[in-house]
Write a protein that binds this ligand. Structure first.
Ligand code: MRU
Length: 365
């Protein structure tokens, strides 16, 4: 999507330098920094320390990490080690395992001298497939927005609430939750987005707001606690969020706080949709609450916040008393009963085993 007037993906192969490049998201929106990832260790750090984040982008980054490692050392042990080292980086988003399985499955049977080229080719494909999945999510999600618009007065604004950043920065391009928003905007449907700040890391405040600004999409940044109140007062027409792992039964694991938004939406009769490319479905898991591992992150994400000082310096300050420990579960699970529908690249379905099986018969057990 756009940064200024230039089109960017969140990860790409730079022909001139021969390196994989990413936008280092830790500095957004205050500084736009592009960095090269040259070794497997660079990729490991970039995923673990959230220079890149968002389930689909984590998957694409892991695929490129595999490819870079194959160019350095394509032996069997290197394949196995790369799978494990990158898999350790973040536990919840299933796209990571999906991409690593894809790479290992492709590379293991190949002769050693063919592995580097094949790995880079597949990494490019995984990135391109993600872009196309997200574009199609936008095409299908647009129909939902059109339906809601048809029930309103002509020209009336559709208010959409989103949580975290499931935008193009969380994917390779388009975003998942944001793709229907961009498509609606391009179709001339007036929309306005309520952007949850998304404590503790503030992906909404830092990243989604930046994306909305860059594309001139009307939006307001709100505190995480405001959503329920806005829904009670008819100021939210629908909620669209992303997901880090969706179970075969339709439960959705996403950024902490998503569940509370789903409860508030349910209580107020507000449609609650989840947008996902199919690599985000974990077909081996049924009950999300019981089975999905939830990442526990460092408590300094809770006790401290990052921001920009008046002189432009980006810095971090402590907001809690010395000695108060923070608790930091990074994701929660929204049970399928609270979800109106899943928006996938193949269409919109009920959040249920039957709904998913209808769209993905070849995967459903
Ligand atoms: O911890 P993060 O920033 O990687 O979490 C991101 C999210 O929770 C997104 O909503 C999810 O990955 C969907 S991205 C299209």
């Amino acid at each position: 999507m756009k940064v200024g007037d230039k089109h960017y993906r969140s990860i790409w192969f730079d022909q001139a330098s021969g390196e994989v490049q990413i936008i280092d998201q830790r500095w957004l929106p205050h500084e736009f920094r592009v960095v090269d990832l040259k070794t497997r260790e660079d990729f490991e750090v970039a995923i673990r320390d959230m220079w890149v984040r968002g389930a689909p982008l984590i998957g694409a980054t892991a695929a490129y990490g595999f490819a870079v490692q194959m160019a350095l050392d394509p032996c069997d042990l290197s394949i196995e080690e790369t799978w494990h080292i990158l898999h350790e980086t973040r536990p919840t988003a299933i796209n990571l395992k999906w991409a690593l399985d894809e790479m290992r499955g492709l590379l293991e049977p190949l002769p050693i001298d063919q592995r580097a080229d094949a790995a880079m080719k597949r990494a490019h494909e995984i990135a391109d497939e993600d872009v196309e999945c997200n574009r199609m999510i936008g095409v299908h999600g647009l129909e939902i927005i059109k339906e809601i618009a048809a029930k309103k007065k002509p020209g009336e604004v559709i208010n959409i609430l989103t949580h975290c950043n499931a935008g193009w920065l969380a994917t390779v391009d388009w975003g998942t939750a944001t793709s229907p928003m961009y498509h609606a905007d391009q179709a001339g449907i007036p929309i306005h987005v309520w952007v949850d700040e998304t404590r503790p890391r503030n992906q909404g405040a830092l990243l989604t707001s930046w994306e909305m600004n860059s594309h001139d999409i009307p939006h307001h940044l709100i505190v995480d606690n405001a959503g329920g109140h806005l829904m009670q007062h008819g100021q939210v027409d629908l909620v669209i969020v992303g997901t880090d792992r969706t179970t075969a039964h339709g439960d959705v694991c996403n950024k902490i706080g998503t569940y509370l938004k789903a409860l508030a939406a349910h209580d107020n009769g507000v449609p609650f949709y989840v947008a996902l490319p199919s690599p985000t479905i974990d077909w081996t898991v049924k009950d999300g609450v019981k089975e999905i591992p939830i990442e526990e992150r460092t408590d300094t994400e809770v006790t401290h916040v990052q921001g920009k000082l008046a002189d432009g310096t980006v810095t971090e300050v402590q907001i809690s008393p010395d000695g108060t420990p923070g608790g930091n579960p990074a994701f929660d699970v929204t049970p399928r009963r609270l979800i109106t529908g899943l928006i996938t690249e193949r269409g919109v379905c009920e959040a249920s085993p039957q709904g998913l099986a209808k769209l993905f018969p070849e995967r459903a057990g």
